[in-house]
Design a protein around this ligand. Structure first.
Ligand SMILES: Nc1ncnc2c1ncn2[C@@H]1O[C@H](COP(=O)(O)OP(=O)(O)OP(=O)(O)O)[C@@H](O)[C@H]1O
Ligand SMILES: Nc1nc2c(ncn2[C@@H]2O[C@H](COP(=O)(O)O)[C@@H](O)[C@H]2O)c(=O)[nH]1
Length: 206
């Protein structure tokens, strides 16, 4: 499926900092629009239904799966998460650059459907730092943190399937890298859409 805007998919092990990076990117760049996923996990902290997630019961989520309502969905950390077709189609209809913050399983499903999607994987600088970020965030129980760290090994092994890998050690540097990927993708499609046929010919010969 082709899409005239850009579609960015950002995945990372829990605690690597993807939500923080995507939030900072959106504060700087209003052309980038998020989607809001559905999940069966309970809200944490100040999360609000419809803002961070649409919180659903297992029954509600499974009914949506049966109704083919998701463009992608996966089991992550013992819960279900998915991006609804309605959400992604609404965003695309606005012509926005859409950013999905989802796990690697969902990212690979999206790449199959949208070949132009740009897959970005965020890595923490070390295991110690990943653990300490999850602990400092203070929103998950010790058991949940252990589960997320165990799953991180499986998730990080998928990084090579992604188009770009960004190490989030110094936050501003990682944000710079993320902005650079977004900018490069825009330039690529700007050239493809705007270049005249003779320019394309010259590009092919170069
Ligand atoms: N470069 C960084 N240096 C230090 N702390 C960071 C950095 N990036 C993010 N953090 C902090 O690490 C914690 C985890 O970040 P964040 O919630 O963005 O992770 P995440 O990858 O989105 O996790 P999840 O998938 O569980 O939502 C937060 O407290 C955030 O403020
Ligand atoms: N495949 C999908 N994964 C998703 C989606 N929304 C979020 N996620 C991923 O789940 C984990 C845990 O998130 P948390 O908010 O509970 O910390 C994280 O990797 C998210 O990226 C989705 O719609 N589909």
């Amino acid at each position: 499926m082709d899409y005239p805007g850009n579609l960015f998919v950002v995945a990372a092990p829990s605690g690597a900092g993807k939500s923080s990076l995507v939030k900072a990117l959106m504060e700087l760049d209003s052309r980038v629009q998020p989607t809001v996923s559905h999940t069966t996990r309970p809200p944490r902290g100040q999360e609000k239904h419809g803002r961070e997630y649409f919180f659903a019961s297992v029954q509600e989520f499974d009914a949506m799966v049966l109704g083919d309502a998701f463009v992608e969905w996966a089991h992550v950390h013992g819960q279900r998460y998915g991006t609804s077709k309605k959400m992604i189609e609404d965003r695309m209809a606005q012509g926005a650059d859409v950013v999905l913050e989802i796990d690697y399983q969902g990212a690979l499903q999206i790449k199959k459907m949208y070949a132009n999607a740009v897959l970005i994987f965020i890595l923490p600088p070390s295991w110690e730092e990943l653990r300490s970020r999850l602990e400092r965030r203070g929103e998950d129980s010790p058991e949940i943190i252990e589960l997320r760290l165990q799953n991180a090994a499986v998730e990080m092994a998928q990084a090579q399937e992604f188009d770009f890998v960004i190490i989030n050690e110094v936050f501003d540097r990682a944000l710079f890298d993320l902005k650079a990927v977004v900018h490069a993708q825009r330039l690529k499609y700007h050239v493809q859409r705007r270049a005249r046929p003779d320019t394309f010919q010259a590009l092919k010969m170069a």
